[in-house]
Ligand binder design. Sequence first.
Ligand SMILES: [Fe+2]
Ligand SMILES: [Fe+2]
Length: 273
Amino acid sequence: MASECLPGLRILFIGDVVGGIGRRTLHALLPALRERHGITFTVVNGENSAGGVGITPKIAREFLAAGVDVITLGNHTYHQREIYPYLDEEPRILRPVNFLRSQPGHGFTVVERDGVRLGVLNISTNLYMDLALPMFAEADAALYAMREKTDHILVDVHGEATSEKIGLGWHLDGRVTAVVGTHTHVPTNDFRVLPGGTAYITDVGMTGPRGGVLGVVKELAIQSMQTRMPARFVTSEVDPWLNGVVIETGSEPHRAAAITPVLEPAPASVTGR
Ligand SMILES: [Fe+2]
Ligand SMILES: [Fe+2]
């Protein structure tokens, strides 16, 4: 596509889907969300979708069948062993690009619709996370490989420290369409288009039970924090919400025009209320 006349299109990015309740919430809300916002591409972080930790091939296939274009992951990528070969076989599921080359999977992909090519990059921060290769250098290397093959690029930066995510947003401003944070499961209110034209949010939040602690049954999480003893974490089913953002792309390549949060409670068909 000629680089000066890109049509504005909308990308829906959905934060960490947690357990069966998060999956049911996603599947219940996705068709109407895509229609309401005129969505061209849908990207979902699925790192907690299998019982709260990891993802299975069956769950990933269900997401893709529901119209999800790319699935991103994070520090829980390898919790379910059955996903390992699938990560190598399926181009539309990503693990952080800065994991070791020897670990299964890949960190970026390009999908195309209506003549527009969207690159998606998944990367992990370094502070307080599983060991990963240095984020800034690995992001630059990945973008070097992606840039000419794409009209737009969305980066899912998966990490704990707000400072590193904000730093990456500034580092990539004007070079990618969007930098969206995941992992903390708590949506931040700092969504904006940076001066160079990159849409940014520190954390999109999660698609899961707001009535728990980051997705875990609240009594179990509190007990563990109170007693400082390990507890078996079970996914809460209380008050599920979908958390995401819609990114409107600009007319120039690798630029955004707007970013808007999407925070929606699950419908009665999911909650039984
Ligand atoms: Fe995570
Ligand atoms: Fe997560």
